[in-house]
Write a protein that binds this ligand. Structure first.
Ligand SMILES: Cc1ncc(COP(=O)(O)O)c(C=O)c1O
Length: 387
């Protein structure tokens, strides 16, 4: 029943969707921004439908039920729970990391970011007027299957004025889910160098590799908890990104209080619909999420079969490693030797995300959170470009 819903093509034209509106007048399949062309869980739609039916759409306030729902979700998914007083509810993860830099670093501090990375993280220093050091993540070399965090290289690159590091785990766009060992090493470095770690874990629930486990940064060690702010949300997991709901976990009151203070008057409260959606998702969405992960893995199989099809050897020029998490694939298209790969695919009717925005123009990012038929149609069009 649920899985059947994942096969239905969504017509999102004319619905004020960021993903669809941009190319509405063209024959383009949007495979770019990270929301899914799949319906949110039935329980979420029911909770929202009931509110609409009642009609009053006034201010919301986070009820204790939502706190419990989130804590139980954390226990169930990561085997870890924050304390209720550590939570700060927010309208989004992006405002969360911007405010963290604003409130918890000084004007002459430097922040450290690893690239390629989600564009709002990549431009964070510039937006918040802080110096920013960009360090490359290490792509998989011969015999390796994944990108790596490279804590040693990070340690060597740190400068005196570096006071904060932005971690994205699971990582967008590479799909890497960092191992406990990598995170422990990072936490030791951060503790030794007194770094603030801003950990964006918006993708934490979307682990596709069966053995992958998400270790929340504050669960790495007590020290890690004390020097970090962690951002989570139901938005990617349950396709409710338009409802502006997220939560920061800030165990250390010396970080939490200035963060809260900086929010006043600037940060809107969580959206009323977002509160209702989050509660329904976290209390009733676990089985749906299992189905979703199966569906996303099937789409990845489909993408891999397409890339490796022996009848079309040029496709094998595309560099790819299977993401451990997320619903985006990071494709190295440099060996295709197209003048402007992003434009070439757009001209063929497929909108991908340009790698340049993430910090590497050899790549394009493909969002495979959609019905299989939509992915197949996009791949067919991409074939016209690649041959
Ligand atoms: C790593 C990462 N952080 C944050 C966001 C968006 O967060 P929000 O919509 O809660 O501001 C995204 C969306 O794609 C993302 O990939």
């Amino acid at each position: 029943m649920m899985t059947e819903e994942f096969t239905r093509l969504q017509d999102r034209k004319g619905r004020a969707s960021l993903k669809w509106q941009r190319y509405e007048q063209q024959d383009v399949i949007p495979m770019w921004v990270a929301d899914m062309d799949l319906p949110a869980p039935q329980a979420v739609r029911e909770a929202l439908g009931k509110a609409v039916e009642l009609g009053a759409l006034g201010y919301g306030e986070v009820p204790p039920r939502l706190v419990d729902a989130f804590l139980n979700w954390c226990q169930q998914q990561y085997g870890w729970q924050p304390m209720p007083e550590e939570l700060v509810w927010l309208p989004g993860v992006v405002p969360g990391f911007n405010l963290a830099v604003e409130a918890l670093t000084k004007a002459d501090d430097q922040i450290l970011v690893q690239t390629p990375v989600y564009p709002p993280i990549r431009v964070l220093g510039k937006l918040r007027q802080r110096a920013q050091q960009d360090l490359p993540l290490k792509p998989p070399s011969e015999g390796e299957s994944q990108w790596s965090l490279q804590v040693e290289q990070l340690a060597a690159a740190l400068e005196d004025k570096t006071s904060a590091l932005v971690l994205c785990n699971p990582q967008n766009p590479t799909g890497r889910c960092y191992s406990p060992e990598e995170l422990k090493e990072l936490a030791r470095l951060a503790a030794a160098k007194k770094l603030l770690v801003i950990s964006d874990e918006i993708w934490a629930d979307l682990l596709l590799k069966p053995e992958a486990r998400h270790l929340p940064y504050p669960a790495v060690s007590n020290e890690a908890a004390q020097h970090s702010i962690t951002l989570m949300a139901p938005s990617k997991t349950f396709n409710v990104a338009g409802l502006s709901c997220a939560v920061a976990i800030i165990p250390n009151p010396e970080l939490r209080e200035p963060f809260r203070k900086a929010m006043r008057g600037l940060m809107p409260d969580m959206n009323y619909m977002g509160i209702l959606a989050a509660e329904a998702a976290w209390t009733k969405g676990a089985a749906w999420l299992q189905d979703l992960k199966q569906h996303l893995n099937n789409n990845l199989d489909l993408l891999e079969a397409w890339l490796q099809n022996p009848d079309h050897p040029r496709r094998q020029l595309i560099g790819y490693c299977r993401p451990e998490a997320t619903f985006v694939a990071w494709l190295d298209v440099s060996r295709l030797e197209l003048e402007n790969p992003w434009q070439a695919f757009l001209d063929a009717g497929v909108a991908l995300s340009p790698g340049e925005a993430f910090g590497d123009d050899h790549y394009l990012r493909l969002n495979f959170g959609c019905p299989a038929a939509q992915l197949e149609a996009a791949l067919e069009r991409m074939h016209q470009v690649i041959g």
